[in-house]
Design a protein around this ligand. Sequence first.
Ligand SMILES: CC(C)(COP(=O)(O)OP(=O)(O)OC[C@H]1O[C@@H](n2cnc3c(N)ncnc32)[C@H](O)[C@@H]1OP(=O)(O)O)[C@@H](O)C(=O)NCCC(=O)NCCS
Length: 179
Amino acid sequence: MKFVTMKNGKELQIRRATEDDAECMARFKAGISGESDFLSYGENEIVISAETERDMIRAHNETDNSVVFIALLDGEIAGFVNFRGGARLRKRHEGEMGISVRQKYWGLGIGNQLMDVLIDWARETKIIRKINLLTRADNETAIRLYEKFGFQKEGLITRDLYIKGIFYDAFIMGLPVDN
Ligand SMILES: CC(C)(COP(=O)(O)OP(=O)(O)OC[C@H]1O[C@@H](n2cnc3c(N)ncnc32)[C@H](O)[C@@H]1OP(=O)(O)O)[C@@H](O)C(=O)NCCC(=O)NCCS
C-alpha cells in the first residue's frame, strides 16, 4: 500500500484490488470507456458489471504473476494498472500491462505513480522478466510516459484498431525486468 500527496493536494492511495472493489471497478471502467478513444473498447461496447470485474480481479489474484493495482482518490477509483502474466512455464516470465486514469484526474501524476508501483511489484516477484504493452501509435502522452520508465518500441502493428471508419496503428512496447 502506498500513499502519495497529489499535485492538487489530495491524498492518493494505491493498493492491490480485491474482489470487494468489483463494484467500484465497474463504475471506473464504465467511466473511462466513454472518455478515451485510446482504449481497445468504446462506450457500451463491452459488458461491464460487478460480476465481470469480480471475475477479472479474482483471475489476476489467483496467480503469482498477475496483479491489479488501483489508485483511490476520495474513495473512488481514479486509475488502475494491471499485468497479466503468461500461464505456461515458458511464458510465465512475461505478460501484458494496461493502464488508465479517469479523465478528470489526468496530469496529476497518477499515471507515473501507477507505473512505478507496477514495475516495483514486477521486480519483487522474481518471476516477471518482461513487461509488454500495446498502445495506439498516436497516443503521445502514454508513449512518453512509457519511455520515461524505460519501455522501448519493439514493433508496429498496422490497423490494430478500427474506430468510426478509421484504422489506427499500434506500437508494441516492452521493458525487460532485471534485478
Ligand atoms: C496515459 C494516462 C494513463 C496517463 O495518466 P495521467 O495520470 O494523466 O499521467 P501523469 O499525470 O502521471 O502524467 C504522465 C505524463 O503525461 C503528461 N500529461 C498528462 N496529461 C497530459 C495532457 N492532457 N496533455 C499533455 N501531457 C499530459 C504529463 O505531463 C506527464 O509527463 P511527465 O511524467 O513528464 O510529467 C492517461 O492519460 C489515460 O488514462 N489516458 C487514457 C487511456 C490510455 O491512453 N491508456 C493507455 C493506453 S495504452
